[in-house]
Ligand binder design. Structure first.
Ligand code: 76R
Length: 249
């Protein structure tokens, strides 16, 4: 059997995409709207507290285009906590005015392709590794999310390549990525056995054009050009609780 890449896992991730039911919202009276927004606000306060206590992280973005209107992106220690907060959200008066559009369940993942040879000790004891596995999500202006696979065709099967071949390609991938340091922040979440694709790719930037530049440049790199298969792309703008509430008013 071929050598599997070793992976380290951190917080579980839920990308919860919702469409706003505007016709229902527009029919609601002022009292119903105020109740819905109060519910949303108090849940959001809890998410902030969880983040301040370093027990998880949450961000909310609008989605541009018709695939969804909002994405709630949560990281938590356990799958149970993700489930609880999803149910808690669904119970709010605000959720009554939303329709599920798409969701993605995965876990923050780091692989050992770029590990320094000869490194000793348990990487889980390394504070830098811990910070990457349990990240406080960036509060940058834009988000881009898409799921992806690596191909398993007869000619191009990522999983049949040797560790050396894969490491070489991942090095080239990482070199391209590094050119975007400071401009794009990426969080790779693994989802083999958890959701329909193998990874979720979440990118954050203050300039949405950098998503296009980065993804385009990677298309020419062997690991994406030969092996990458991509799902739907979702792109949007950051919401704070104030901006979302203002938008609904
Ligand atoms: O661990 C590291 O961050 C260093 C090297 C690195 C790995 C191991 C790295 C760097 N990535 C890694 C793994 Mn990545 N990445 C993607 C996409 O659209 C496409 O073509 C692909 C989607 C983008 C845009 C991106 C960006 N990366 C992975 C994996 C797991 C592979 C596996 O295990 O087989 C996937 C699926 C994936 C996909 N990557 C970077 C970036 C960027 C910007 C970097 C540089 C990060 C930095 O140096 O700060």
């Amino acid at each position: 059997m071929n050598e599997a890449a070793l992976t380290l896992e951190g917080w579980y991730a839920l990308h919860d995409f919702r469409t706003i039911n505007w016709s229902l919202w527009n029919k609601a009276d002022d009292e119903e709207k105020a109740h819905a927004l109060d519910d949303l606000q108090s849940l959001w306060e809890q998410w902030k507290k969880t983040e301040n206590d370093n027990l998880g992280s949450s961000v909310v973005y609008s989605i541009v285009g018709q695939k969804a209107d909002l994405v709630f992106f949560h990281l938590r220690e356990t799958l149970e906590e993700l489930n609880e907060l999803e149910t808690e959200f669904n119970k709010t008066a605000f959720a009554r005015y939303t329709i599920p559009a798409y969701s993605y369940v995965s876990i923050v993942e780091l692989s050992n392709y770029m590990a320094k040879p000869g490194a000793t000790g348990d990487p889980m004891d390394n504070p830098e590794v811990q910070a990457r596995l349990k990240p406080i999500l960036p509060k940058m202006k834009h988000i881009c999310f898409y799921p992806m696979n690596k191909k398993r065709d007869l000619q191009d099967n990522w999983y049949m390549l040797s560790m050396e071949e894969r490491r070489g390609m991942m090095r080239s991938h990482g070199m391209i990525g590094r050119n975007y340091a400071g401009k794009v922040k990426q969080i790779i979440t693994g989802s083999v056995g958890l959701d329909d694709w193998e990874w979720g790719v979440t990118l954050f930037s203050d300039d949405p054009l950098q998503f296009k530049k980065l993804v385009y440049e990677m298309r020419f790199d062997e690991v994406s050009a030969r092996f990458g298969e991509f799902g739907s792309f979702f792109v949007g703008n950051r919401h704070t609780d104030e901006s979302l509430i203002a938008m609904m008013k």
